[in-house]
Design a protein around this ligand. Sequence first.
Ligand SMILES: [Zn+2]
Length: 863
Amino acid sequence: MKLWSWLSIAEIRKRRSDLARCRTTEHNTLHFSLFLSLSLSLHLPLPLPLPLPLPLPLPLPLPLPPSLVDPRGARHLLTSQHSLPGIPVALKQTIDLRTSMDGKYKEIAEELFSRSLAERDMLSAPYEFPEDSPIEQLEERQQRLQRQISQDVKFEPDILLRAKQELMKTDSATDLEYLKEQSQAFMDLYPKEMEREGEKEYQRVSISGEEKCGVPFTDLLDAAKCVVKALFIREKYIGLSMQSFCRTTASYLEELSDRPLDMGIYEEIPETSVTADLDQTVHPPVSATHPYENQDPACMPPDIGYGCKMVNGVVHIYTKKDSMDTSTELELPYPDLSEYIADMNVMTALIINGPVKSFCYRRLQYLSSKFQMHILLNEMKELAAQKKVPHRDFYNIRKVDTHIHASSCMNQKHLLRFIKRAMKKYPGEIVHVERGKGQTLMEVFQTMNLTAFDLSVDTLDMHADRNTFHRFDKFNAKYNPIGESILREIFIKTDNHLEGKYFGHIIKEVMADLEESKYQNVELRLSIYGRQRDEWDKLAQWAVKHQVYSNNVRWLLQVPRLFDVYHTKKQLSNFQELLENIFMPLFEVTIDPTNHRELHLFLQHVVGFDSVDDESKPEHHCFNMESPLPANWTEEDNPPYAYYLYYMYANMTVLNHLRRQRGFNTLVLRPHCGEAGPIHHLVSGFMLSENISHGLLLRKAPVLQYLYYLAQIGIAMSPLSNNSLFLSYHRNPLPEYLSRGLMVSLSTDDPLQFHFTKEPLMEEYSIAAQVWKLSSCDMCELARNSVLMSGFSHKVKSYWLGPHYIKEGQEGNDIRRTNVPDIRVAYRYETMCEELNLITQAIRTDELEAITEEEGNLCMGPV
Ligand SMILES: [Zn+2]
């Protein structure tokens, strides 16, 4: 293959026009090229050419022998339960995504892992961008320059004009011609759009001129291939498990793929009736009956008589209960282990590839600078748009606390008042049984030498303080009121002598507060430990018995990664037992709801799984093909993060297919990820989960950060929690992520330990706004993100965000509900399309290049 590096500009241009002439008239799809001078131009009234995803009517070359290409599409190869060890997804694409690293993934991944074990204090890890690199300095200088220019522009309209003329001055007349052509083509294609959007016009920053991304074409191509490969990997796993994948990204991937990605089939089917009364209200209708009331077995879906058992850590379903073998096995897809490990190695090798790292780092820097310019030019317009909307402001838009644990969702003052009230109201109630002898609440406090009067927030001592920083163990101890685990058991557990009565009451008080505030919602995490088979039923009975339900609350189930602890206590003998305790009840209730009625009702309000524990605990095991299967995992050591996540994902995938078959709601994976510890947790998160909590370490890994951006993976960030545990507030990357356009939201994590006021989520927003000087538009954008990434139903979101919220770009925004100006949404959308375009065009140009070369060779001979 010929390297298309430093050709003269004229030559490139000629090539381009030749290509355009002989191939297609849609020359704006071919505008990608190598460009030399980076010039910044401010297009004022002139509408900029939007990146148009026009399909290229070209036959794409097949780099693979036909035997490797499955006519039914790549997903099928993966999904069969009886598939042979998988082939990495890259090999199944028709587009040639081979890069310079191919064939070395396993070695690179293992090398990285062993290095992360050995050199924890390395100056800069292989996936990081070295702090004192000359490139970084160069970037900084460029940014300073840009800032200077933009400041001049702001203060002096004359300068603005001149700057525009200067900067727009392209290096030749042909370039200008080309630019004009582009905008004309855009106008021809979208004249109506532009008319309609006329008033929503804003000032766009665009890069024109020769070099678009600051790296040589070969590097760009290599990086683009890697990025696309990674996105295909995510798309495969997310689609397989029925989680949701960013639509815009999917449509770009689809252009490169030989098969339709049909992401639509995995999405919730939109109810048609939603739009009827939507124009009047932002409040979803509330059902008259309590969701836990309808327990009549006659109303329950019937038993379908399937059988299920766990084989190699993954549940298999059989159509008959009595003969569970391959003849009766139901064809439900789950991921192939060897394929998963191969994909994981590809991802790991990718994040440390030098040129890819450098490319992603530059793109991220560019995104930050571009946002700065956007704000500089459009801040007033954004504010004006917000002012124009009647009634709506930051206080009455919907916000979801996307990451909060039920056992610490109340603040300490609230818990204190509750304990005092309980001591007055139920002094004689037996709350605890020790060695067969019951203890009343009064006796419990007497043994601690305390009266209700003595209690204060200080004696409760549950607030995180400077001693918890980097000490997760000390932080965990803070969950015990007055340092006594018995009080934790009595007041904040669902499974105790009182069957969680007090905890149910206190959660209902929190719910009442939320309902009163109307616009705040939470996704509470409850624990399933996996020590016993009846944990799910007990939890559901707790919820139903105490009627713990609110329209403002959805549940997530968190599974602590504590196998080693239970194993040492002899509660579990192998890892598969843990998995069985977590997943078998879910399959049983899905097959026969009448047998677990409470659980069936409760599950309708559960949106997904979370995986929790201290990520900074060292891992001694590398997950590969030699790792023991769950039934053979009998070691003292805890399995690594990736191992937990893979088996949770695999079982959830089978469960989702079964639940979809029965018409029940499906679940998603939303683990704690990237709070501390090794970077490869974020790789697992990228591949398997719909969104993550924390994501702090993305700041160190540019490739992953760029990928999280392109896939628009939700990141629920909790800067106050981080400030107490892992990263001080002023170093938190949230403002940086937000400016680059990552899908971030604000969440509280543990109000009991970190917050002081009655509205912890507002406290979180308020501190962020003050410290980082967030604008009202930024805050509303964060709130909108939180609703988008939350697990509330499609119907509810249609009321909160607008009936068309699923649509891409500003069409999906309804400022009357979200208070986010269309300008901001349009900016985000256009910027992302530009990035995706840059990458997909690089690959396409390479394809075209290959074709023209072939044709050239053919022509040469006879003529
Ligand atoms: Zn948390």
